[in-house]
Design a protein around this ligand. Structure first.
Ligand code: F0G
Length: 355
């Protein structure tokens, strides 16, 4: 019986030998592209959701991490390090363990969702909480990798981009061609860079006849690319994209400009509305940062940027179980309380509105 083999084996002919030589995989990728009927109805477009929360560690980072850890293994590396808002650290910890390497993760103190923190610890990483934000952590990680024998596996590592570009291949393979518009959350801007590279390569030699417009969305309190300058104290409930000085800033602008797309911001409120819509109307549970792509689609639609009938893909980057607290509040922000009943069929039926 056939099993999906992971992104390196599935797309080996489109990846450099430095990555394919010594493959470390948890069989990441092969994630579903789900038709989103409610979103399609709201926008008049044909909307599909690429559900990256279904990767082995629950986020899209696994695509890049299988490549970065494989490249590190081929070089004989014994240890890796990364800065992270949570998902990269969870992924690095899992793949490093699989490869028998040590892993250190630098995270901003108090701003990491519990699910992600527990993953890094469970997989045996050395967890270092830094008295600073993500940008400070990345600065520190770069300096450590320059001065000590440890591989940096953030998306400034080119192998990460190579691995993550496979998501575009999967979208084209599923749809038969590139969509008209692709919406993504933007944090450190590695993923939008990777998607654009993937679409460009597929359009250059066959499987796709065209490339989509890239629509990237930052959180309003952490929107340096939209503002045109770094943000010293980024703030958003979408902690995964709480980043004030993205490493791949210029590549994100290139993806926007070459594709005739846009990079815009969405408020925390808009993110939470989209988060609720995805879970309550589409059956797709994501973490808040992931919902920025859908919040952005709704904003772009309201601004007249989404033609009727356009094919749209929204990537939702991380699983809802990473940071579940947001689901336990209603639209007004109040805690959701269960209905309490005694062990009694009539009361349970009444609670369900059946009586
Ligand atoms: N969505 C989620 C769930 C993320 O974890 C991230 C980035 C992004 C979107 C943005 O992707 O950085 O490539 O633009 N998380 C990184 C981390 C920063 O450390 O886990 P990007």
């Amino acid at each position: 019986a056939h099993q999906w083999r992971g992104v390196i084996a599935e797309y080996a002919d489109r990846l450099p030998a430095t990555i394919t030589e010594r493959v470390v995989t948890l069989r990441e990728g092969g994630t579903p592209l789900i038709p989103a009927e409610h979103l399609s109805g709201l926008t008049g477009a044909q909307v599909h959701v690429k559900y990256e929360g279904l990767n082995p560690t629950g986020s899209f980072k696994d695509r890049g991490m299988t490549a970065a850890i494989s490249a590190a293994a081929a070089k004989g590396a014994k240890a890796v390090i990364c800065a992270s808002t949570g998902n990269t650290s969870a992924s690095a910890a899992a793949y490093a363990t699989k490869a028998g390497m040590a892993c250190g993760v630098l995270v901003p103190e108090g701003k990491i969702a519990m699910g992600k923190l527990s993953q890094a610890v469970a997989h045996g990483a050395t967890l270092i909480q830094v008295d600073g934000n993500f940008d400070d952590c990345l600065d520190l990680a770069r300096k450590l990798a320059e001065a000590y024998p440890v591989e940096l596996v953030n998306s400034v590592n080119p192998a990460r981009i190579e691995g993550q570009k496979t998501a575009s291949f999967e979208v084209v393979d599923a749809l038969g061609d590139a969509p008209d518009i692709h919406c993504l959350p933007v944090g450190n801007a590695g993923n939008i860079t990777a998607y654009w590279k993937g679409y460009t390569e597929y359009a250059a030699d066959g499987p796709a006849t065209r490339r989509p417009q890239m629509f990237g969305f930052q959180a309003a309190g952490a929107a340096p690319i939209v503002l045109g300058h770094p943000v010293a104290d980024p703030e958003t409930i979408a902690t995964a994209i709480r980043i004030g000085n993205p490493a791949s800033w210029s590549q994100a602008e290139a993806a926007r400009d070459e594709s005739g797309g846009l990079i815009d911001s969405v408020t925390d409120e808009e993110i939470l509305v989209a988060h609720r819509l995805l879970s309550a109307r589409e059956g797709i549970f994501v973490e808040p940062a992931s919902a920025a792509s859908v919040a952005g689609l709704l904003k772009a639609h309201a601004a007249g940027r989404v033609p009727a009938g356009a094919t749209v893909v929204c990537t939702v980057t991380g699983h809802g179980l990473k940071d579940p607290q947001w689901a336990l509040r209603d639209a007004s922000g109040a805690d959701v309380e269960p209905v309490r009943v005694s062990v009694d069929v009539v009361s349970a039926a009444a609670a369900l509105g059946l009586e």
